[in-house]
Design a protein. Structure first.
Length: 300
């Protein structure tokens, strides 16, 4: 099945896709996180009710929001999860190179980054001079668990989606090489367009692609991941609870702007499109916005 959140009459409403329409859940279900907090029987009842009698909105006219909008923690992220991406960065990390990791590399980013699949990416060159793109497959946790074995990992996954993990490379370097700050600028990470349950896709064969102003800059399949999704879930949940509704980015393939020759950084007016087979696309334009305000921080 496919699930979405849409803007309607000043609210954001969750629902399930039914061919060319979105069948909305009862107003008693505030969002998809609320839906995921239900038990299996209640989830099934909610879906059946929506398909039988829920308000329907044509997909073609619906304004999609990010499918997950309410967070109980930071967005969870994976770095260096395609070896070609790890290798393309060698010598380009400005003295912050590390040995090839033997286990997944995790970090987080602020939930305030999240925007919808067609929303404007807030852009302010005073915040960064090195805005980069990163096409990523996203995993949505559907069942809470801790220390989850790899063999059980997919039982805890509700579905997959897409993200563009927009990064500010100079902020990453400025703050000691850790990634929180350089990936947490407000209103900069598109998420969506829908959540697709695993039974609908051959996930290792999903092809990720990123285009900047019509030029393809990233193109890979999920099977190229260094650490597959079940291993990510097992490692991340080791001693740490994953909650229903948690959002996990699974890493980006090679082709990022920081590693290209010459480098390719985003600027105002650029259009970035991230596509994933069977999931859809994110299409976003960088639009100037005052993010620095009256801050006295200056990037030197």
């Amino acid at each position: 099945m496919r699930f979405a959140s849409i803007h309607l009459d000043g609210q954001v409403r969750p629902g399930v896709l039914a061919r060319d329409e979105i069948a909305l859940f009862s107003p008693a279900i505030p969002d998809l996180v609320g839906f995921l907090e239900l038990d299996e029987e209640a989830r099934g009842s909610t879906i059946r009710q929506a398909l039988a009698s829920g308000l329907r909105v044509p997909r073609s006219t619906a304004r999609l929001a990010a499918p997950i909008r309410r967070f109980r923690r930071d967005v969870l992220c994976t770095g260096w999860n395609y070896w070609d991406h790890f290798e393309e960065g060698r010598g380009k990390r400005e003295g912050q190179d590390v040995d090839k990791p033997k286990a997944p590399t995790f970090f987080t980013k602020s939930p305030d980054v999240v925007i919808g699949p067609n929303d404007a990416i807030a852009f302010d060159p005073r915040i960064s001079q090195k805005w980069d793109y990163e096409a990523e497959l996203v995993v949505i946790i559907g069942r809470t668990g801790r220390s989850i074995p790899r063999a059980s990992a997919w039982e805890h996954i509700f579905g997959v989606s897409l993200a563009n993990d927009i990064s500010q490379r100079d902020l990453q370097r400025r703050h000691g090489g850790q990634w929180l700050k350089g990936k947490s600028i407000d209103q900069s990470m598109p998420l969506g367009p829908v959540i697709v349950t695993p039974d609908q896709l051959d996930i290792p064969r999903v092809r990720l692609r990123c285009d900047v102003n019509g030029q393809t800059v990233q193109d890979a399949v999920v099977a190229q991941m260094a650490f597959p999704i079940d291993e990510l879930i097992a490692e991340l949940s080791f001693g740490m609870t994953l909650h229903a509704g948690d959002v996990i980015l699974t890493g980006t393939p090679s082709g990022v702007g920081n590693a290209r020759e010459p480098q390719l950084f985003l600027k105002a007016g650029d259009q970035v499109v991230v596509r994933g087979d069977g999931i859809g696309e994110l299409c976003n334009t960088l639009v100037p916005q005052d993010l620095a305000g009256h801050s006295d921080i200056r990037l030197d």
